[in-house]
Ligand binder design. Structure first.
Ligand SMILES: NC(=O)c1ccc[n+]([C@@H]2O[C@H](COP(=O)([O-])OP(=O)(O)OC[C@H]3O[C@@H](n4cnc5c(N)ncnc54)[C@H](O)[C@@H]3O)[C@@H](O)[C@H]2O)c1
Length: 270
């Protein structure tokens, strides 16, 4: 089992915008080297320009296995390993009741939000399995040999689900289906790879001020408009992407070594 003083490496998909961008920025503030991956390479490069630690921008389409595999290869070629990953790339789809919802929207949303997460896990975990387990703070665990035996970590992954992965939501069935699927994939991966020293968790944000929310406002059917009033929320406001990023980085960190297969609801009390 290795100990290390090198900078840990974080990979973020959807890193060019919103929650993904805020997560890459927070990882960098915490000292991680970052792989910022997005289908929009220019936005990934813009995020890279905000980071104070080493990083690379990678163009990826998370719906395509070859593209996801190339992203992981690029990360490993540059930094040697992947300690943490946030699978944040996602798309809100469109708003209509099921009878009126185009089938191709269901397929596109599931391909990006559900299959995209599954593909990222597939290649990220394959890489992590090849990595030497690391104990980042051995002195802290020296007097607990039983715990220490299990402290080697090959990697930690967080997937983007949503409050809509925990409930139904009228007019948005494809998105709900995809975010419930993310939780099933997360829990399955967690139990499959716990003994390998890989943790897999999910975050379930409520409405968060990002470009996705701006699009939601534009497409929002009248029946849902009251949901956009910040005053209707317990804090009287929506979440900032930085508040979701903080939770992602905590779940990825060594602060919660026994936490896996969990989803953290970050909704400001909703
Ligand atoms: N904003 C919210 O209110 C909210 C709430 C709950 C969950 N989420 C989830 O959090 C995640 C981030 O959302 P956001 O609000 O930051 O969205 P966003 O639209 O600001 O960012 C999403 C990013 O994903 C990228 N992307 C889209 N398709 C891609 C693909 N095929 N391959 C790689 N990258 C691709 C986009 O270019 C964009 O940079 C999403 O999974 C979203 O479903 C968001």
């Amino acid at each position: 089992m290795a100990t290390s003083t090198r900078k840990p490496v974080a990979l973020v998909t959807g890193g060019g915008s919103g929650i993904g961008r805020a997560t890459a920025v927070r990882f960098a503030e915490l000292g991680y080297s970052c792989v910022v991956a997005d289908i929009d390479e220019q936005s990934a490069k813009e995020t890279l320009g905000m980071l104070q630690t080493p990083g690379i921008a990678v163009q990826v389409d998370v719906t395509m296995a070859t593209s996801v595999e190339a992203m992981v290869t690029a990360a490993v070629q540059h930094f040697g390993r992947i300690d943490c990953a946030f699978n944040g790339a996602g798309f809100e789809g469109s708003y209509a009741k099921i009878v009126d919802h185009p089938e191709e929207v269901f397929d596109r949303v599931m391909a990006l939000n559900a299959k995209g997460v599954w593909l990222c896990l597939k290649y990220e975990i394959a890489q992590m399995l090849q990595q030497e387990p690391v104990v980042s703070d051995p002195a802290r665990w020296a007097d607990k040999p039983d715990l220490c035996r299990f402290r080697g970590v090959r990697g930690s992954i967080v997937n983007a689900s949503s409050i809509l992965g925990l409930s139904g939501f009228q007019y948005n069935s494809p998105y709900c289906a995809s975010k419930w699927a993310v939780l099933g994939i997360t829990e399955t991966a967690a139990v499959e790879y716990a003994k390998d020293g890989i943790r897999v968790n999910a975050v379930c944000p409520g409405l968060t001020a990002t470009p996705m929310l701006d699009r939601f406002k534009e497409k929002c059917p009248p029946a849902l408009r009251e949901l956009l009033d910040p005053e209707s929320y317990p804090f009287g406001r929506l979440a900032a992407p930085e508040e979701i990023a903080e939770a992602v980085c905590w779940l990825c960190s060594d602060a919660c070594p026994f936490t896996t297969g969990e989803h953290l609801k970050i909704t400001g009390g909703v």
